[in-house]
Design a protein around this ligand. Structure first.
Ligand code: FA5
Length: 349
């Protein structure tokens, strides 16, 4: 039988095969157990030694060539078919997803944005500080020396690593260390807010080990308590959307402000729900005061020339109040159904 004729036929059939199945059938037809080329090899046994050598070599060459061509053709066809499939299946990443699959904005993210917008409109810019702080920035520079009872009230998490003063790093207990960082690095006038994560060893329905605060700091030559109160009252009216919001400032104590106060907003319970802004009950939302001259001096500024005010408010708490949410832990347990029910549509921010 003519080997080159069989090979020619096989190669021409291969040329026309355009999918895996037809290539596989061709392989069986020529190289399978009962294939045409295999038959040629089987016929060797009837030949003389001399012919066996010659014919055997030519059949083996044909077999090798066909096998090689089948493999190359198969790879090419696969590549071509995949590319065709991909071009048909291409995804338009600019195409909006169905409304039902849109994500929701977390209530705290919404508060974050609103707080920045409202204070931004009052001329405050945003400053940032790290979650892992030095003992000096978080406590000492804020006039909370070692063994001061105020450290007890803000018990927190310490790292094994130590800072350059040989004190362990601490997860910041409030955003107030951003006051120190800003005063150390900026010349007055200073007018910043610093929103961010904070940490304490607390956990119940109104206290979370990780929560959020926003710090405010204003330093110039003539700031006074009246400016502080005015700005905070305006903020609350804007944030809670209540024009005649009833508030009060209650004397308090923070080592880093003097005098210090806490701001409460009035509320009442109507039909088992909190009604904000009026009534005879009070909810604390923030701490504030005039920056203690000792803190100004700790930051290498002249306290006989510069003065200012600071405040720190709990973002999680005002979010709960505004949206009637009762358990702070629900913010952080990653429950997607909760977020679907309590999050905000991205179109409405
Ligand atoms: C402070 O943290 C002061 N640094 C605030 C301050 C800044 C006063 C500048 C004066 C000048 P306080 O510990 O009260 O203060 O916390 C402020 C607010 O953080 C609280 O009113 C509350 O809303 C919130 N807060 C405190 N602990 C938690 C907690 N574990 N979980 C959720 N919110 C908390």
């Amino acid at each position: 039988m003519d080997v080159s004729k069989v090979l020619k036929e096989a190669l021409s059939e291969l040329e026309k095969s355009n999918n895996d199945d037809s290539i596989q059938s061709l392989r069986v037809k020529y190289l399978g157990k009962k294939g045409l080329i295999t038959d040629l090899l089987k016929s060797l046994k009837d030949l003389s030694v001399e012919d066996k050598k010659k014919f055997g070599a030519s059949v083996n060459l044909a077999k090798e060539e066909l096998l090689k061509k089948i493999n190359t053709h198969s790879l090419e066809i696969n590549k071509k078919n995949i590319n065709e499939k991909l071009s048909k299946e291409s995804i338009d990443i600019t195409f909006p997803p169905p409304i039902s699959q849109l994500g929701k904005l977390h209530p705290i993210s919404k508060t974050y944005k609103e707080v920045i917008d409202i204070f931004g409109n009052m001329g405050f810019s945003v400053a940032e500080g790290p979650d892992i702080e030095t003992d000096f920035n978080n406590f000492t520079a804020l006039n909370i020396p070692e063994d001061h009872p105020a450290r007890e009230m803000q018990d927190t998490f310490y790292l094994n690593e130590k800072d350059e003063l040989d004190k362990p790093f601490v997860l910041r207990t409030h955003t107030s260390p951003v006051q120190i960082r800003t005063m150390m690095n900026t010349k007055p006038p200073i007018k910043i807010i610093a929103p961010g994560r904070t940490y304490r060893c607390d956990s119940d329905s109104t206290h979370s080990p990780m929560f959020h605060q926003v710090e405010g700091l204003l330093i110039n030559e003539d700031a006074n308590m009246g400016h502080l109160k005015g700005n905070l009252i305006n903020f609350c009216k804007d944030f809670f959307h209540i024009n005649d919001l009833k508030v009060r400032f209650r004397p308090s104590y923070f080592p880093f402000t003097e005098p210090s106060a806490e701001m409460d907003i009035a509320y009442s319970i109507v039909d088992n729900k909190i009604k904000l802004g009026e009534g005879d009950k009070w909810l604390e939302i923030l701490g504030c005061g005039m920056v203690n001259p000792k803190v100004i001096e700790n930051c290498k500024m002249d306290s006989s020339k510069f003065q200012g005010y600071a405040f720190g408010l709990g973002l999680d708490r005002i979010t709960m109040l505004k949206h009637g949410l009762t358990d702070i832990r629900s913010f952080f347990n990653g429950n997607n159904n909760w977020l679907k029910a309590n999050g905000f549509s991205l179109g409405r921010i």
